[in-house]
Design a protein around this ligand. Structure first.
Ligand SMILES: Nc1ncnc2c1ncn2[C@@H]1O[C@H](COP(=O)(O)OP(=O)(O)OP(=O)(O)O)[C@@H](O)[C@H]1O
Ligand SMILES: [Mg+2]
Length: 306
C-alpha cells in the first residue's frame, strides 16, 4: 500500500484505532497519526485507555486522565489518558444504579468479573464515540473481540431481563422487587448508546481499525486472531502496519543484521500471503526509539508522507 492509501484511510474517517500485541508500537503509531493529522489542520484528540504513562512520555508532558489536555504548542492537538481503574468507579456507579432492582436476584457478581475493567474502558470509549468537538479521534489501542463480546453479553442479558419485566409485570411481584419504569428506561438508553457505538465501529465510513505488528511469529498469530475476532463483530481491519522493518541500506554485510532481516523477510512473505485481503504498510526500524514531536513527525513521513 502507498502512503497516499494510508492518508486516505485517516483523512476520510473520524475514529482511528491502533490495535495489536503488546509492545509492537500501538502508542507510537497512534501518536504519529494524531501528530500528522493535527499538522495537517485537523482538530485531533488522542485517547489512550492504558493505565501506563506512555502517552505522557511520548509527548513529554503530563496528559490528564480526567480532562482533555492541550498538547504542547500545537493548535489542533489534545490528549486524554483514561485510567480504566479509575474509570471503573464511574462505570460501577452507573451500572449499580441501573441494576439496583436486579441486585437481589443476581447479587453483584457481574460487577466483580475481571472484565469489568475492559468494559469500563469501553464505557469511556463510548463517550468519546459521541464526540462532536474534534475532527479526528485517535485511539491508542482498539477494543478486542474479547472486549466486544464481554460488552455485548451483560447488556444483552440485562436488556432481556428488562423486556421480561416489561412484558410480565407480575413477575416483579413474585420476585419481590418494585418495578420501576425509570430504571428500565435508563437501562435501555444505556444499551442503545453501546449498541450505537458497536455499530459505529463496524461502519467503515467513520471508523478505521488498524493493526500494528512486527514481522515475527507471535505478532502474526495475534494479528490472525484479532482479524478473526473483529470480523465476528462485522469489523473489517483497514490496514496492517508492519513496524520495525530493518532497512536494507543498513545491512552492509553485517551478518547479524542480515540474519535478522532474512528472518523478517520470511515473515513479511507470510504476512503477504496470509493476510492478502488487507493492505499493509511497512515502517522502518529507526536508529533511536520514538518520542517527541520531531521523531513523531519523522515516523509520520514514513507512514503518510509529507
Ligand atoms: N519503528 C520504530 N523504530 C524504533 N523504535 C520504535 C519503532 N516503533 C516503536 N518503537 C519503540 O518501541 C517501543 C514500544 O512501542 P510502543 O510503546 O508504541 O508499543 P505499544 O504497542 O504501545 O506497547 P504497549 O502494548 O506496552 O502499550 C517504544 O520504546 C518505541 O519508541
Ligand atoms: Mg502502548
Amino acid at each position: 500500500m502507498t502512503k497516499e492509501d494510508m492518508r486516505e484511510i485517516i483523512e476520510n474517517r473520524k475514529f482511528l484505532f491502533f490495535g495489536g500485541k503488546g509492545g509492537v508500537g500501538k502508542t507510537t503509531m497512534a501518536a504519529t497519526t494524531a501528530t500528522w493529522l493535527s499538522d495537517h489542520g485537523y482538530k485531533t484528540l488522542i485517547v489512550a485507555t492504558d493505565p501506563t504513562v506512555s502517552l505522557s512520555a511520548i509527548y513529554g508532558q503530563e496528559i490528564s486522565a480526567t480532562e482533555v489536555t492541550k498538547i504542547g504548542i500545537e493548535r489542533n492537538l489534545c490528549g486524554l489518558n483514561i485510567n480504566p481503574k479509575k474509570a471503573m468507579g464511574v462505570f460501577q456507579t452507573r451500572l449499580e444504579g441501573m441494576m439496583e432492582g436486579f441486585s437481589s436476584m443476581f447479587g453483584s457478581e457481574l460487577l466483580s468479573t475481571p472484565c469489568t475493567e475492559e468494559i469500563a474502558a469501553f464505557d469511556q470509549f463510548v463517550s468519546y464515540f459521541e464526540d462532536t468537538e474534534h475532527d479526528k479521534v485517535v485511539f491508542d489501542t482498539a477494543p478486542t473481540g474479547h472486549t466486544l463480546r464481554e460488552l455485548s453479553m451483560p447488556f444483552d442479558w440485562s436488556g432481556y431481563i428488562a423486556n421480561q419485566i416489561k412484558n410480565r409485570r407480575e413477575m416483579s411481584e413474585v420476585l419481590g422487587f418494585v418495578y420501576d419504569e425509570n430504571m428500565v428506561a435508563d437501562l435501555e438508553t444505556e444499551k442503545a448508546r453501546y449498541d450505537k457505538s458497536v455499530r459505529g465501529l463496524s461502519d467503515e465510513t467513520i471508523s478505521a481499525f488498524n493493526l500494528v505488528l512486527l514481522p515475527e511469529k507471535l505478532p502474526i498469530e495475534e494479528t490472525a486472531r484479532a482479524i478473526e475476532d473483529l470480523g465476528g463483530f462485522g469489523i473489517k481491519v483497514k490496514s496492517l502496519i508492519i513496524n520495525e522493518v530493518i532497512p536494507r541500506e543498513v545491512l552492509q554485510g553485517n551478518w547479524f543484521l542480515e540474519r535478522r532481516r532474512a528472518t523478517q523477510d520470511k515473515y513479511l512473505n507470510e504476512i503477504a500471503s496470509r493476510f492478502s485481503a488487507i493492505p499493509s504498510m511497512e515502517v522502518p526500524l529507526f536508529d533511536t526509539d520514538v518520542y517527541g514531536m520531531e521523531m513523531l513527525r519523522k515516523v509520520g513521513r514514513a507512514l503518510y508522507g509529507e
